[in-house]
Design a protein around this ligand. Structure first.
Ligand SMILES: NC(=O)c1ccc[n+]([C@@H]2O[C@H](COP(=O)([O-])OP(=O)(O)OC[C@H]3O[C@@H](n4cnc5c(N)ncnc54)[C@H](OP(=O)(O)O)[C@@H]3O)[C@@H](O)[C@H]2O)c1
Length: 325
């Protein structure tokens, strides 16, 4: 038997159960990973609450982890039991001691990167890779706006932008979070719970505004973000921490200055083995070179996944959180 977190109905953290299951054997093309650390992500909360529907119930939860290959299915090449690996995509169920997923979603983990770092970095770091390097390729000297800059994704984005010579304006909800974002390389911060974000961006950019806004807060910041953009700027809406953006009239993009808008996801970018490997390679290089340090700020036993999710949803965390099986 092996332990895992599962939920049989959607709802609050109380629907998460810590149960014994008979581990599945890997099928053709699949591997089974013995997780040493599991990543906690906001998307896990969307699945638990039902904002994103799980394919079936009861369901496992989580898509990010790192550990050793425990068994390989028929036809799997390039991985053998004992190999150190990490992953960020695949079927729900990473909140577990053992997790089965397609081998093509797994990458070899360099010795220099610990399991905890990998579990804290894969989903969030690959997300930052596509956001800053693909969705809009930020360029030296530019000023950009990035919401929730002290969070898991935000902490990595601050460092990556700084490494590229980009001035990142980060929004945060407290002086402590502002301090952290600055330490991570944010050029300026705005407390969006107290300050007028549009006015502050105008001030900080000398009236120019920004060519791109990265917005994972969703409902609460959608319109503010559009108002921070230059003419023909790009709105990157990539999350719903405050609730989903709904009922948008596309005409608003014209009213606010012939803007562009996109709603990207990791699965939309790391959609082939080739792209996934290239993105992971760039992320591992950023970590190995020390340009991006992964802040594993919070650790919980796997059995306490509900408490970990409560803290994330209540804005009590900074950096990344890992669950330890
Ligand atoms: N599309 C993708 O590919 C993709 C991939 C990964 C993550 N994401 C998104 O990126 C965001 C960050 O993910 P994460 O796991 O690293 O989480 P996180 O940033 O560590 O936590 C979310 C942060 O959002 C801010 N926030 C603003 N309004 C909030 C509200 N009403 N409730 C809760 N939090 C609120 C909080 O920071 P303050 O207290 O400073 O406001 C909070 O700490 C999430 O929205 C997630 O869905 C998207």
């Amino acid at each position: 038997m092996a332990k895992r977190i599962q939920f049989a109905r959607t709802g609050g953290p109380e629907v998460l159960e810590y149960v014994d299951v008979t581990p599945a054997d890997p099928g053709p093309g699949e591997v089974r990973v013995r997780n040493r650390a599991v990543g906690l992500n906001f998307i896990d909360i969307y699945f638990r609450t039902g904002l994103y529907p799980a394919p079936s119930l009861p369901s496992g939860l989580g898509t990010e982890g790192a550990g050793e290959i425990d068994a390989v299915g028929e036809g799997v090449k390039g991985f053998a039991p004992g190999d150190r690996v990490a992953y960020a995509q695949g079927a729900l169920g990473a909140y577990a001691e053992l997790h089965v997923l397609p081998a093509e979603k797994v990458v070899a983990l360099p010795e220099a990167i610990s399991f905890e770092t990998a579990a804290a970095a894969m989903l969030k770091g690959l997300t930052v890779q596509y956001l800053l390097r693909q969705t809009y390729r930020i360029k030296e000297g530019e000023t950009i706006l990035f919401h929730a800059a002290a969070g898991g994704v935000g902490s990595i984005a601050c460092q990556w932008a700084k490494a590229l010579g980009v001035k990142l304006i980060g929004t945060v909800s407290s002086p402590e979070k502002a301090e952290l974002a600055k330490r991570n390389g944010a050029w300026a911060t705005i407390d969006y719970t107290r300050e007028n974000v549009v006015e502050r961006v105008r001030e900080l950019t000398g009236g120019e505004m920004v060519p791109v806004v990265y917005d994972s807060v969703g409902k609460d910041t959608w319109e503010i973000s559009l108002d921070c953009l230059q003419k023909r700027g790009l709105m990157v809406s990539f999350g719903n921490a405050s609730g989903p953006v709904e009922g948008v009239n596309i005409g608003i993009l014209n009213q606010k200055g012939a803007l562009f808008a996109t709603r990207p996801s990791l699965n939309g970018y790391a959609d082939t083995r080739e792209r996934f490997e290239a993105m992971a390679e760039e992320l591992f290089e950023m970590i190995a070179s020390g340009k991006v340090a992964i802040d594993v700020a919070n650790r919980y036993p796997l059995s306490d996944a509900a408490q970990a999710q409560e803290a994330l949803a209540a804005r009590k965390t900074t950096g990344s959180t890992v669950l330890l099986p």
